[in-house]
Ligand binder design. Structure first.
Ligand SMILES: O=C(O)CCC(=O)C(=O)O
Length: 273
């Protein structure tokens, strides 16, 4: 059963897991009907992309495109809700914002990401090992950890089954406590990791996330994660939403309305301890 607004709050165990292990999964957070509507939005974004010849802003969303074997690749659609309002509404759903309020310890948050990933069969799209802090903090005052606990939560709604051959998410357990590290192409090459943690960052130490449509992941800015090519015959779509503590972000994100301020239902940040 999809979770209702009333039971959107995280338990103390879930909060501990988020900070200690790095991620939590809330199964069936969104219903089959909601997933179908999100997929329909993705279909419309895909139809728009098929008319485009280059990366850029169209109808409020930023389409990042590439090519493989002469075929267009949709790497991602940044601020997808700028174009498809339903996706934006999902980004303001209490099932996402209430847990984020608890994790950020703030009912108020800045909505930085509303991003569509398609991963069509064998399209070559990969997300190599990284921590999201690398994308939030680009130096020169683009990021400040105002709450001292990362100040950012990324959520990922699964729209198609995630199975071993569909390019599932991989997480490195415990990496939430690493702080920011450097990554090479396929392994951690940061000197610190080379000395102390490299063994922990090999893919065979990673946890593969098997998930069903509607399941939703929450993870922090230091959690090391990756996903590799979808070699299955099916799409592997996800909708990503990311939320920052007010005052953390100093970057402009592309897309009409990106970075908007949201307020989670009153009083929900209070259950952190
Ligand atoms: O769609 C994916 O598998 C990649 C997700 C990811 O890397 C991210 O959310 O930062």
């Amino acid at each position: 059963m999809p979770k209702t607004r009333r039971d959107a709050r995280l338990s103390a165990n879930e909060i501990q897991e988020f900070f200690e292990v790095g991620w939590i999964t809330r199964p069936a957070l969104f219903s089959t009907g909601e997933v179908s509507r999100m997929r329909a939005c993705f279909d419309e974004l895909e139809a728009i992309a098929s008319q485009l010849t280059e990366t850029g802003l169209h109808r409020g969303a930023h389409f990042v495109l590439g090519a493989k074997n002469g075929e267009q690749v949709i790497k991602r659609v940044v601020w997808a809700g700028g174009c498809k309002r339903y996706l934006l509404a999902i980004g303001n759903d209490p099932r996402l914002t209430a847990p984020c309020a608890q994790l950020l310890h703030s009912d108020v948050m800045d909505h930085l990401l509303n991003q569509a990933h398609f991963k069509r069969p064998r399209d070559g799209v990969v997300f190599d090992w990284h921590q999201d802090i690398q994308h939030r903090d680009k130096g020169n005052g683009t990021w400040t950890d105002v709450n001292g606990r990362g100040s950012f939560v990324q959520t990922l709604i699964v729209l198609d089954e995630m199975v071993p051959d569909s390019g599932p998410l991989l997480f490195m357990p415990g990496s939430s406590k690493w702080g920011r590290v450097g990554f090479g192409d396929h392994a951690c090459r940061h000197p610190y990791l080379a000395r102390r943690r490299q063994a922990k960052c090999r893919s065979d130490n990673a946890v593969m996330i098997a998930a069903q449509p509607g399941d939703t992941l929450f993870f922090g800015p230091y959690t090391a994660h990756a996903s590799f090519e979808n070699t299955s015959p099916r799409y592997r779509r996800v909708l990503i939403n990311g939320y920052a503590s007010p005052g953390a972000n100093g970057r402009d994100y592309p897309g009409s309305g990106a970075g908007r301020r949201l307020v989670a239902p009153a009083g929900l940040s209070g259950a952190l301890s």
